[in-house]
Design a protein around this ligand. Structure first.
Ligand SMILES: N[C@@H](CCC(=O)N[C@@H](CS)C(=O)NCC(=O)O)C(=O)O
Length: 216
């Protein structure tokens, strides 16, 4: 197995957590997003989306972090990423998709670069855009998570797909927000803290990746 990623990519971070939770070994390949290596012809030939992650399992090349997580869960069922009950699965997926489909695409690198470049909105408007969509998304997530069904993790006391999405999004938000502002989401942040005591989440964090670069 081989993962094409970037230390700071939220979507690659999801797959790193998923692989660690399943206890699977894999080879790393690094795609430097700030240097636009995701747009290089050889990479686009592999992944026409121009995104990380890409994931290879034998002859198969997979894209889309959630599809990769589902694939890993189907091929390595223990520990499961989704609960046994259909309603509980729908809840977990709703939290995961709220992050992966509704929050994350609005603060992706190519979107932020388009705001600053072709649209020339300026740094203040760029930052306002980022903060607006995170705040709206996190307010909603806080309500979804505070419905009594969360435990140590987003659903009960076992980590799953929702946590796999939540943790990278909080890391991303921490780059723009102070901890004081994030304290407005106490349930979300308590779950985040619990996740970070789990070795699989800790091993997947950006600072622990071989391509980590402290430069902004
Ligand atoms: N829906 C995709 C999103 C992947 C994605 O947005 N990857 C980002 C890094 S987190 C990326 O490669 N961005 C490159 C760019 O914006 O140019 C997935 O979940 O895999």
């Amino acid at each position: 197995m081989k993962l094409w990623g970037y230390f700071r990519s939220s979507a690659a971070f999801r797959v790193r957590i998923a692989l660690a939770l399943k206890g699977l070994a894999y080879e790393n390949a690094f795609v430097h997003l700030r240097k636009s290596e995701q747009r290089a012809p050889d990479y686009l030939a592999r992944n026409p989306l121009g995104f990380v992650p890409s994931f290879e399992d034998g002859p198969a090349l997979l894209t889309q972090s959630l599809a990769i997580c589902d694939y890993l869960d189907e091929t390595h069922p223990e520990p499961p990423f989704l609960p046994g009950d259909a309603l509980a699965r729908a809840r977990v997926r709703a939290i995961a998709y709220s992050i992966a489909c509704d929050i994350h695409p609005l603060n992706n690198l190519r979107v932020l670069r388009y705001l600053l470049g072709p649209l020339a909105v300026g740094k203040d408007a760029h930052d306002a855009w980022y903060r607006h969509w995170i705040a709206l998304g996190f307010e909603a997530l806080e309500k979804l998570l505070a419905d009594g069904q969360a435990g140590r993790y987003c659903h009960g006391d076992a980590p799953g797909l929702a946590d796999i999405c939540l943790v990278p999004q909080v890391f991303n938000a921490k780059r723009f927000y102070g901890d004081g502002e994030l304290a407005r989401y106490p349930t979300l942040m308590a779950i985040f803290s619990n996740c970070m005591t789990h070795p699989a989440f800790d091993a997947a964090r950006p600072e622990k990746q071989p391509d980590f670069d402290p430069a902004p």
